[in-house]
Design a protein around this ligand. Structure first.
Ligand code: SF4
Length: 327
């Protein structure tokens, strides 16, 4: 089956200035990432702040152009940003941001904003949009009588539901959700995630779900890609990642997720802060924080290799357990 979206060796480099008078230096925000998402599948992308996951999400939609590599949607190359072909494709690919208040226009009613994609993509005459808006509002758990409200008249959770309703209006094939519940109260997060999962299953939508919060990702993702400093360091089914992580970074992330009834002792604690992307460590970028680092890790970048159970991992030690490597 053809993947819905397929990225091959994506690279995105930014020029970052250190301090007011510093010279700009290149930062490889996304550095050789390949992935694919099948129709109806949810891929979770996790990693700490600065890992490149948001940039990757925008590159998948063609909003950030790849400097190297390719993105294909339904087997076809991603058209250039703002081209007529790209605008037409945007009806099939929608983005849900972290902050619903920033994503919504404070001066426009919720109903008008949910109907926006119907207008932009000329999907439905205005006289029929009311029924579709009411249907979408019910689908995300809003009452149609809230249609005339403005964003500030809704709670944070209701605003994010409205943003999701707007994203669904054009019946997309793909949703890229960038930290969609991070700004919500913990008590609301689970409700919104469950609602998204139900809608996704019902409508057969594929999702790229970007989050630093592994608890949330565990609840929604079929597969998980773990990013560190612009690269995928481990990818596997959600079950494999959470049951038996292999990469030391994944182990530390998974270990940090609280499990009811499981004692804190024995957890792998992630040491130190993520390094500055502008001064990437040599070899394996994780080596300054890795409890298993050995000499080879400081000089040789590990390749992303098959590592059993349908997993790929980029680690000399994991590779050494599946195939001998020079230490
Ligand atoms: Fe740790 Fe080395 Fe594996 Fe990197 S390659 S995660 S430093 S053991």
């Amino acid at each position: 089956m053809t993947p819905l979206i397929e990225a091959n060796n994506l690279v995105r480099v930014y020029q970052m200035r250190r301090g007011l008078f510093g010279r700009p230096s290149p930062v490889r925000a996304v550095d050789g990432v390949s992935l694919s998402v099948m129709p109806g599948e949810t891929l979770g992308i996790v990693g700490e702040s600065g890992s490149g996951k948001s940039t990757l999400g925008r590159m998948l939609l063609g909003i950030d152009a790849a400097q190297e590599g390719t993105v294909r949607f339904q087997g076809q190359p991603m058209p250039a940003l703002h081209s007529p072909e790209w605008r037409a494709l945007r009806a099939k690919m929608q983005l849900v941001f972290q902050d619903p208040l920033a994503a919504l226009d404070r001066r426009v009613t919720i109903a008008r904003q949910i109907a926006e994609p119907l207008e932009i993509h000329r999907l439905m005459p205005r006289q029929h949009q009311g029924d579709r808006v009411a249907e979408l509002m019910r689908a995300v758990g809003l009452r149609p009588d809230q249609a005339g409200r403005y964003p500030h008249e809704l709670s944070g959770g209701q605003r994010q539901r409205a943003v999701i309703a707007r994203a669904l209006a054009s019946r997309p094939k793909l949703l890229v959700c960038d930290e969609p519940v991070s700004a919500l109260d913990v008590s609301i997060q689970a409700q919104v995630v469950n609602m998204m999962r139900d809608l996704q299953e019902k409508n057969g939508i594929a999702m790229v779900f970007i989050s630093h919060d592994l608890k949330v990702v565990r609840n929604i993702a079929d597969r998980v890609a773990v990013m560190y400093l612009g690269r995928i360091v481990e990818e596997a089914s959600s079950d494999v990642i959470f049951r038996a992580p292999q990469h030391p970074y994944t182990k530390a992330l998974v270990s940090s997720v609280p499990v009811p009834g499981k004692p804190l002792e024995g957890r792998v604690i992630l040491q130190g802060e993520p390094p500055n992307p502008a001064s990437r460590p040599s070899g394996c970028a994780f080596h300054p924080r890795c409890p298993l680092a050995r000499d080879i890790c400081r000089s040789v970048v590990p390749d992303l290799l098959e590592a059993g159970e349908g997993r790929t991992a980029a680690c000399h030690v994991v590779a050494g357990e599946t195939a001998p490597v020079a230490a």
